[in-house]
Design a protein around this ligand. Sequence first.
Ligand code: ADP
Ligand code: MG
Ligand code: ZN
Length: 477
Amino acid sequence: MSAFEAVIGLEVHAQLLTRTKIFCSCAVTVGGEPNTRTCPVCLGLPGALPVLNAEVVRLAVRAGLGTGCTVQSISVFARKNYFYPDLPKGYQITQAELPVCLDGQIVLDDGKVARIQRIHLEEDAGKSIHGDSGTRVDLNRAGTPLVEIVGHPDLRTPDEAVSYLRELRGILVTLGVCDGNMEEGSLRCDANVSIRPIGQDAFGTRVEIKNMNSFRSVRDAIAHEIGRQADVIQDGQAIRQETRLWNADLARTESMRSKEEAADYRYFPDPDLLPLHIDAAWLALQRADLPELPAARKARYQGELGLDARAANWLCEEPPRADAFDRTIADAPELASAFAPFLMTQVQAQLQRNDRPWPEVDAAMPALLRICRKWRAGQLANKMLADLLQTAFADTAQPLPDALAHAESLAGAVVSDVAALEPVIDAVLAKFPGEVAKYRAGQKQLVGFFVGQAMRQLAGKADAQAIAALLADKLDA
Ligand code: ADP
Ligand code: MG
Ligand code: ZN
């Protein structure tokens, strides 16, 4: 198995966050009664003429600038001809030879650079809904604006593919180009996978995998496909160039169509649409209008705020989360390097345990920062913090910030004064004379044992540092 290396290139479709469709003024909406968001243009009625939506161009250009592409001064819309019931015109308008952006890159989380070939604009098709009484067609989605981002085959492992997709998603969401929702299909990924013997330069025959709607399924599908191809080759057979569908329930890919069945799309420039001209001055304005991108944000988190790479990556994966984090620590940058891992571990564990969605945390970050500060200052012991969070996150009767404030008021104060701690410590030392002797003989790590015993007596509500200091006084005296 290990004698092969995988070669992977992703084609990513992102639905643009516009109010209206790409060539008509119908609303872009999820759901809605079937065939109510339609007009002669997106229904493909004879004689209806497309008019390009300017906002679509602005968003495609932002996607290109955010991924280091060269935005083309001229690009051309083409017709991709094929027949399908959900494609009423008999062709899809897309960009073929001259796309709007070329030659970009994505930096993976390990620093490796994966190149982007091109970004082109196109319209989505409608939806065929297969039911018991037959198949029906809903054209609400027809004409929804998409960008397709085509990557070079620079990726070598399923993890690299996921890292590429995460990074790309972070850029698109940060720029307001796409909402990044893979489950709902506003971000879709097709993976091209081939394998080759290690040391060989030429690529093997590739298989395209579709139908993955989460990062998890992208990773699993690619890993599975690499294994399948290795088995085929080890059986002495050849890989067939084909399209396969990921079946997440059965955890396997299934053949959809082979290359022989692939259509000849007979692309030609759409005579109803002028070439798209992008003016250099306007482009400069777009460039000046870019916000801080995830890579710069990660660098700032690590460089200025002292976060580790894992926490910085984790925050930047969800731009709204990083936005909330930035707002919250604006007045307390010194707490940032404690607050980020606090969110990533303790808070996230509570969300999972109580099955609550992340956005609730964004709204509760000021309250969480207050709690984190108390904890760091020793005003909340570890056990108290865990109980507080558990109480607050299990409380669904009130908004999370209120639940946190309430749990905080119940937590009480940490015991740190000598008068209260001393008798407990004396009792512990009296109870374990053997350990005391060992400690004094040099086993200094036993201090943890004594702190733990004292903590237990105090139901976890004591200041561990104060206990340790008192212990040291007594044991080293
Ligand atoms: P097509 O024109 O058929 O779509 P492209 O050459 O444009 O083919 O490639 C489409 C996608 O397939 C790109 O993302 C590219 O990176 C990827 N790709 C091309 N060749 C291979 C290969 N041998 N193995 C894996 N991926 C590949
Ligand atoms: Mg392709
Ligand atoms: Zn329309």
